[in-house]
Each structure stands twice: as C-alpha cells, then as structure tokens.
Design a protein around this ligand. Sequence first.
Ligand code: ZN
Length: 303
Amino acid sequence: MYVLLREFEGRPAATAGRGKDPVNEAMIRHWCEAMGDAHPAYAGPDAVAPPAMLQAWTMGGLSGHADRSSAYDELLALLDGAGYRSVVATDCEQEYLRPLRPGDRITFDAVIESVSPRKTTKLGTGHFVTTRMDVQADGEPAGTHRFRILKYAPAGAPKREAAAGAGAQPAARRPRPVVNRDNRGFWDGVAEHRLLIQRCTGCGTLRFPWLPGCNACASPDWDTVEACGAGTVFSYVVMHHPPFPAFDPPYAVGLVELAEGVRMITNITGVPYDKVRIGMPVRLEFLRVDEDLELPVFRGSEG
Ligand code: ZN
C-alpha cells in the first residue's frame, strides 16, 4: 500500500493556477476586520496585504479552479478505498518571500510533497499528506504554503481494506464524536443520561460546548452543572443539501437555548422538520443512534 501512496509524491495538485482576483484592498479590509487586525501597514495608499493572507489569494471559491490536477483526488480515493475515510487538517506552514500589494496578479503551482508512512495517532491510524503550493506575484516568487492533512481510520472503527471488495458498502453510520481530555466529561455525562454544562469556578460563567478554559476570565478551573432538560428553540435550519449518507434529508438542526442559558446545536425530535419553530419549548431526551452512539436531543410537540 505505501509503495502505491509514495508514487503520488511529486505529482502536481494544481498546475499554473490563477488567483481569481488580483490582490485588492477590499479583501484585505475584510480579512483585517475578521481578524481584528488594525495594523496600519494594511491600510492607506502604501498598504501591503497581511502575509497570512497568502493562501486566500489562491482560493477557488465555490466554483473551484478549472486547472485542478486529478492526482490529489486519486490519492484521496486510494486512501478512502483502504479504509482511511476520515480526514482532519492538521497544520499549515507558510514562508513569505516578498510583500503582496494591491494590483499584484497571483499564480501558483501545487505539488503533493509527501505521503507519510502509516502513523497511529489518538484519532486513529492513517497517513499524513502534505501539499506544497508555490505562490507567485506578477511572476515572481512570493511565498510558499504547506498544508497537511491526516487521512485516517478512526480509532475503534473497523478498518476496511481495499481488497475487501469496493462494491460492498456497509450502511452509513452517523459520524463519531472525537472525545478528548477537553470534552470527555461531557460524553461521560451522556453515558449516564446527564447533560453536563461546564461552569468556571473562577467567575461562575457557564460554557457550552466544553472548552479548556473560560472565555470570560481565562481560568482553566471548572466544575459542572447538570441541565434540568428544559429548553426552547432559539433558531434552526432545515437541511436539504448536500445529502450525507448517514442522514435522511430534509431534517431540522436546532439551536436550543437551555433553561440554564447556554445554547446547544442538536436534533429536534417529535415534530416534522417543517413544524419546528423559533420559541418552541423542547425537552431533553437521549437518542440511541446505534450500538455505540447515544446523543442528547430535544423533543418538541406541535401546537
Ligand atoms: Zn471564568
């Protein structure tokens, strides 16, 4: 398997790509507002683009790039077929060779730089795939963007080898939560049919979802409060598209405000998707999804 994977090293992931827009003030301003970065170098007549925007100028948007190479898709398909069906972006590294200024025209080439030997991580076993994008501005080298993903088989999930027959697709299962030391207490609570909210012991602020520290006072110390189970629909969306194998659209995804004040993204049960309404009272229950997954959801009632 690794011999096959290594054959992808050095193959192009994108060739002679072109940025959809030249470097421009509007995108620089939007980025700075989103990042809360008011550095004076990024505004005014001599503005340069924030260096970390390097990748932004190469992005294809929803319509994508026409010049995308097939090698990267083939590599991911090979990993999928070997049972490494999950993916997580692990890190990126950038190197800046010259400042980018409004008007610069961006081109880029990307190559599959490396595929790691099989590695076992806390998430599961798989291969790291690193792509390197070389970015040019008006034909001059402007920087390098390395992007690394882990394609993996989640720990505890049965691994399907490619040889097991590509046609035999088992029934899709709901995605598994990634349980780590920051959120283990939440899932321990679910196992006992208790919905636990973190409470900062420094300032008393409740927080959900679970986090390693308090956003209000930065204290890492916490205990928990058990939700009483009452809530109201604060907002919701109805999912029609894209279809995802484990789900059966259309269905409602709710943002439920718990009686304790925190909000939680969850499923609304007990009412059809088109009868969910903002302000609807809902009640906590636990949904057994399959033999090893149980989720807190909220049941509404019509009228
Ligand atoms: Zn606090």
